[in-house]
Structure formats: C-alpha cells, structure tokens
Design a protein around this ligand. Sequence first.
Ligand code: ADP
Ligand code: MG
Length: 711
Amino acid sequence: MATGQSSGQTRLVQSDLRATNPPVTAGLDSPLSALQGVGSDRLQLLARLGLQTVRDLLLHAPRRYEDRRTVCRIQDLALSQNVTIRGRVVALGVNRFRSGKSVFQLIVDDGSARLHCRWWNLPFLERLFAVGDDLLVFGRVNAIRPRTMDHPETEKVQPGEEENVHLNRLVPVYPLTDGLTQRVLRGLTWQVTERFAGLILEPHPELAVDQLTVRPAMEPGGRQLSLEARPFPKAAEALRLVHFPKELWEADLARQRLALDEFIELQFAIQRRRRRLEAKARALPCSGDNRWMRPFLARLGFSLTGAQQRVLREVRADLGGRVPMRRLLQGDVGSGKTLVAAGAALMTLESGFNVVVMAPTEILAEQLYHNFRRWLDPLGVTVEIRTGSRKTDSRDELPWGEGQEAPGSRPTITIGTHALIQTGFTPEKLGLVIIDEQHKFGVAQREELLRKGRYPHLLVMTATPIPRTLGLTLYGDLDVSVLDELPGGRKRIRTYVRTPEALPKVWKFIRAQLDAGRQAFVVYPRVEESEHDDVKAVTSEFRRIQQELLPNRVGLLHGQLGAENKESVMNEFRSGFLHVLVATTVVEVGVDVPNATVMLIEEAGQFGLAQLHQLRGRIGRGAHESYCILIANERNPEAEARLKVLEKTGDGFEIAEADLQLRGPGELVGRQQSGVPDLRFGDLRWDRTLVELARQIVRRGLDAAGSSTKA
Ligand code: ADP
Ligand code: MG
C-alpha cells in the first residue's frame, strides 16, 4: 500500500528533533537510535525492514525515483501519463456501496484545475487527510473528464521543511513498512548520507575499481542508451548518489558501482575456494583403462552423440589431471547426462576407486539405480542404493546378473538421496562424487558429501539450463561442460497452450493416444486444494480423471505418499500396467518412460517456465510423436502470454533466460537451498556485464596477490 503517508507521523519529526541528542561519536555500526528523530517506535519499524545500524540504512536501496523537479499543472495532464502534481486538498469523503465496497475520494486543486484521487476499499485513509493540506500526488492519469488518478502515492508538504530533500529534485522512493512514511525514511537517509557516507571506505582499494569506466543507463536498471562511459564513483560517493542523485543516470552509475561491489564479494568467495583446492589437493588418478568402458559402450545399442563424446573426453582429462575435477554438466532434459555420469563412474571404477551418486528425490535415485544396474551389473560392478527408506548392499542378489563374482572387494557405486550425507555412510576409496540436479542441493551439502573422501573428483549435473550470469554467481568455481545435442531421432515435442474450455477435447485426444497404446502424464501444482483459492489439486482431480478415462488404468503419484508406495506406482507406470499417471512435480526429474507421449499440465500458470520445460522433458523420449498441453487459467492472461514462450521454443537456455527475466533467480533455481545471494543493488536479471567484470577483476586481484606473496 503506497499512500496515506504522513499526517501525525510527520509532525512527530519536529518534536523528536528537540527531544533527541545525538552522540557525536556515532559511526557506521551505531544503532539507528543515534539519528535525530529515531525513538523506540521508529526503531522498531526500521527493524522490521531489517535496518538496525547506520550502515544498514545507507545500504537500503531505493526502489525508484520520483522526479519532483517538474511538477505538472493539473490543467496540462494527459491520459496515461505518470506525473507528479502539487495542490491543496479542497474536498474529501468516502462513498460506501451496498456490496460492502467503498471508495475514498480526494480532490486536489493547484489553481489551474482539479484532480480527483480515488482509493478503493481503504476507507480509513479519510482520517489521514484534511481540507487545506498541501499535497504532492504521484501517479498515473486514468481519466481526463474529470481528471482522475486511482491509488496514487501522496506526500504532505510540511511548511518550511527541507526543500532540498523532499522537493524540487529527484527524490528516492524506498520499500516501506506500515507505519513508516516515505518522508520520514527519506529524512533519515538524508541524515545518514550527509553525516556518515564519507566514512565508507573503498572495500578493495587494491582493485582500483574507480579507475574503470562504465556506461550508465538513463534510468537505474534501465536500458543503456547513448551515454558516455564514466569512471565508477568511489563507494562513498556512490552511496550518496544512489539516494540523492541529481540525474537518473547518476543513480544508475551509483547502483552499478554498488552492485559491482556485491558481485566482487561473491567472486572472492568462489575464486578463493577454487584456489584453495588447487593449492592443497592432489587428485586421485581416476581416468581408467577402458576395460569396462568398451563393453559398456558396445552393448548400449546406440552410439554416443558428438556432445557426449566431447564431454566424456573433458571428464577423462579431469580425472587424470593434477587437481580434482570440479565440473558442472549442463544439458537439456533428454540430452543423455546419465550416460555421461555412467561413463565417468566407469573410468573411476576401472581405476580401483568407488563412486557415490546423489539425487534429490527417492524416485530419481531409484530411477538412476535402475539404469545403472541395467548397464553395470553385466560388467560385474556392484550397484547399491541408500535412501531414507531403502538400503541395499553387496549381499543382495542380482536379478539381472550375468557373470557374478564374489561381492565384497568389487568396485562399488552407491546411489542415494541426501540420506547419503545424514546417515553414517562411509564409503571406502571414494574417487568420484556425482550430484544429479545440483540446483536442488546447496553448496554446503555438496561439500559435506565430498568430505566423505580425500578430495574426490566432483561431477554435478543439471537439466535446468542456467543463464550465464547466474551460473557465474552460483557455480563460478566449477568448469562447465554442455551437452548441446539431443540423441538422434528425438522429435521436437509439440506444445499447446489452452484454456480450461478446451479440456473436453483434450481428454478425447488423450483417450485416442491411450487407445493407440501410448501413456500419458497429468500434472497438478498441488497435492491438496487450499481454502484460499480454487487452484486444482492432484488428489481431488484423481477420481474425476479415473472416471473420465475408463477403462484405462490411472495411477496417483505425489510427494506425500510413502516411498514404497511411490516406487510401486512408478514401476507400474514404467511397466505399462498403468496407462496414465496423475502426479505433482515429483515427476519433474529423471522419470524415463519412452512410451509416454502426452504431458497434460493443469494450472500451468502456477509453474515457472524452466519447471514446465523439465516436465515436458518427461515425454518425447521414444519413437512416437509427443504432445505437451498446458492449461492456462483464463483468469490470468499474463500467465498465458508467458506460457507461449514454450510453444515457440524447445531450447532450454532460451527458456531459462526468459524465466530469469520474468520471475527472477530465486524462482529459477529453487528458493530453499539454491544459494542465490541476497543482493541489495545487484540484479542477476540484467547485470551480466557487471558479473563478468567482477570475475575478471577478482581473478586479476588474486593473481597479483599470489605473485606478490611468492616474490
Ligand atoms: P537426461 O538425464 O540428460 O535428461 P537421460 O540420460 O535420462 O537424459 O537420457 C534420456 C534417454 O535417452 C535415456 O533413455 C537414454 O538411455 C537415452 N540416450 C542417452 N544417450 C543416447 C544416445 N546417444 N543415443 C540414443 N539414446 C540415448
Ligand atoms: Mg537425468
């Protein structure tokens, strides 16, 4: 809510001014009570924004700027314009309707004409204004007859107040919390920039960032137009400019400097980790001798794609290198990453070391287990599984076994979930750690698994293509391989965005596919319905779909089922006993059923594009034409437009870029343990150049520091 600022609040400033006596020795780490006008109430409000110290407030980034140098005459307003006007309140009141709704209206006159301001269903606003108030109003002109703005932002002008802070200039507009007004917060940031910004030191003077130049944009975060390159301001100056710029491009220049500092810190962490590894660790020799690789490849029944061959060569070079491998394998769903993982595992096993593979879910772990046994049992390699609910060891019999030999000393590959970390699992002679769907784990989990051995090699894999900016930030310490080629014969999946009205036709289409012997997925965003909205959920739709598709057999799969239950449903679907799988996103990763040709996703607007692309990757894995149908709720035309990206492209990187722009990095890689840093000024959506620059600067900095300590 962005209105009704001031009234009683602003009057408080005046009295607090007299009451408080600021300590002279306050510094950057002083509590905000050191400022004039901050009593215990305000201290609490500021804390709600995460602001405790003077430094916190200096680093509280404005969310935009308002240009009060050009206050518009109400008479000159044009439709759809975003403008600031200034006038006196001449009338106000609330209209209540029988429906229970209400509208609060305020009429402002600046001598040239009148402007109507309206707020719906916020009747209490009436108390915050009075006839005669001198008001700044900022908003979009919705109508001309009469001139009207809906839900504008307002600020009362106090007589004799700091004109240079609140008026006749570009003013910063901050994220707020209820009870705190723009004017109060702006007054406080003015104080801290005047008194304290000068205390901010260059975080890394040796990097001489202020010797570099950059092209500012016309607006912060906006598109770079034809402005000349300027030197980055020093950190202290940047903090002044970011709050109180004279021009918008200055604010952008400042924001870029502060964002660069954030990216530099991240790069230091990443690159130092990598350098420590290179200095300390001696790699285990794991490049193998081909004795299992050859028969393995010969029995596959297909040949590797060029991309798979290239990546396996890169992996082999790493496994035989001086420094332990730290490699990220990116490849779209279906690009054949599992095969590369198996190849890497075989090289390690041939060299006499054991391998651990970690997957984010039990289903995926089972799937990998299933594939690895099919491939490796015939070679006499032991494959084990360890998940929260299941554990095998080498004494188990081998159902597909050929040429068994005594278990025990044989090289072993252990596949599991994060249970691998939690339990007392201690692999011997650990040579290689493979992590599938790396973005579902955090760096901490990765490191914990690695500590089970003595600098084992690491291969992490992800099917969510990571835009470069994000990749450098999250995985900058890893070398990257890309599988950019789908195995031959893979058809492009036809994708359609539809509204719920089309569902009867869709069910008819699915029945036809099932009649032809194919299988289908139907996916919902939730396990159960919520009372807060009417988003369809998997458990409530399941019975309806069973009826709809009789006599086909329909199974239900979601995360709240027990592991055994899940596994048996998956097996029934894999074996073709179940024709349809109604599921949540537990089918997102790894599930491999080549006979499935339909992916129907209801409430598709609830998902991110990358996630939908993942889901879509569950089909199109066999010889048959495949179809992905996305049902977008017609109540949400925006979501529908977003989904159209998937109709247009099957390129995971393109989709990931679009998702990053539309939803931000947290959504893209999964919020919990993703390691997406909290940035105040940087934005991974548009700061690619800065991220690259930070990487170079830090590399040079560390090189210089390294050579000077050696000298
Ligand atoms: P990803 O994990 O990258 O999504 P998978 O490794 O599960 O992909 O591979 C998808 C399917 O393609 C699997 O059935 C796999 O056996 C098959 N496959 C992998 N590589 C090839 C290839 N070179 N030629 C034909 N099929 C392949
Ligand atoms: Mg996979």
